[in-house]
Design a binder for this molecule. Structure first.
Ligand code: A2P
Length: 326
């Protein structure tokens, strides 16, 4: 008897989590869907069956579940993930709250495996996931010394509120999720600003890259930007390798991976865009070229569906790999 709970089931990522449970053929006997009080009683169809959303309460989190996947924000995860864990569940959490804690695994299944110091596993930041998927073959083949990220992130990364600001902004409404309008605009501002002038989103990319690739010596810097599109994130990566490589060798290292699609034929206008990546499980790379201003350095343009590999798909892939190992 295997029980799975989804927390944040009514959200943008939550609804994709439910879709991914089906797409990755996760086997369960019991499925329980949680959200906040305002969604309690709402009905959702999963695999032809109707499920009623329950309010997440402390009492509910003390019920016994085998696996809990969460995407309901940092404060909900902070409070409820340990309660589920104490009741015996393995929790896979999509928020940023647990990611950098020393005893918490931060997992991209193509790259690393949980060590289970605790039974809370963290799903990395959306832009970080797609970036490390592309960096890992380079790290393996050449070593990675330094990476400079510049992101172009869609509004669905901010959940329903981000989508609302873009769509309602087009009709003239003031933003309620972002501090400035996102319609017809780009915002060099994702998550809160820190004292050093970086944003928390930039800090997440910097810290999480090193943790997932298990190399604190990689120099990482980032500028994260919100752009007015609904889905998929793009990341421009300027990568300094550990040794000399040709453009062809760099391209070849991507071609060897089934979860990476190389789309790099500029003369035919072939390069990945957010529309190409939408609803696709792979990470797309293109515009691979040498940066002549620094030794052993290349530009890599990287695009992925932020709700899939950047969030729900990676979470469910973690769940599947844990279930398969049991
Ligand atoms: P609800 O729909 O009831 O507000 P998004 O990021 O797309 O806005 O989604 C956030 C998800 O997290 C939603 O499913 C939301 O439920 C859920 N959520 C927010 N706060 C809580 C909470 N305190 N307990 C449980 N779920 C929550």
């Amino acid at each position: 008897m295997v029980s799975v709970a989804v927390v944040g089931a009514t959200g943008v990522v939550g609804s994709k989590l439910i879709e991914m449970l089906e797409r990755y053929e996760i086997k369960y006997d019991e499925l329980v869907l949680f959200a906040s009080k305002r969604s309690a009683g709402k009905e959702i169809e999963v695999g032809g069956e109707t499920y009623t959303i329950r309010e997440l309460t402390e009492e509910a989190a003390k019920e016994k579940y085998d696996y809990v996947v969460m995407s309901a924000g940092g404060s909900t995860s902070e409070k409820f993930a340990p309660l589920f864990e104490e009741s015996g569940a393995i929790v896979i959490d999509n928020s940023s709250f647990w990611r950098m804690k020393e005893d918490i695994d931060l997992i991209v299944p193509e790259i690393n495996k949980p060590k289970f110091k605790r039974n809370i596993i963290a799903n990395p930041n959306c832009s970080t996931i797609q970036s490390v998927v592309a960096l890992q073959p380079l790290q393996k083949k050449f070593g990675v010394e330094r990476v400079h990220y510049a992101t172009y992130q869609s509004v669905s990364g901010s959940g329903e509120g981000g989508i609302r600001d873009l769509e309602e902004g087009a009709k003239g409404a003031e933003p309620t999720t972002y501090p400035r309008p996102i319609h017809n605009n780009v915002l060099p501002h994702i998550d809160d600003f820190l004292d050093d002038g970086y944003t928390k989103e930039e800090k997440k990319m910097i810290d999480e890259t090193k943790k997932i690739l298990e190399d604190d010596s990689i120099e990482v810097t980032a500028t994260c930007v919100r752009v007015p599109i609904i889905s998929s994130h793009a990341v421009q990566m300027n990568v300094t390798l550990g040794r000399e490589a040709s453009v062809e060798e760099v391209k070849q290292s991507f071609e060897d991976h089934p979860h990476i699609v190389l789309m790099d034929n500029p003369s035919e206008n072939e390069y990945p865009t957010p529309l190409d990546a939408a609803d696709r499980p792979e990470i797309f790379v293109g515009r691979i070229r040498r940066d002549p201003t620094l030794p052993n350095t290349f530009h890599v343009w990287c695009v992925g569906d932020n709700l899939l590999k950047g969030a729900a798909q990676n979470t469910v892939q973690i769940l599947k790999s844990i279930m398969d190992d049991k």
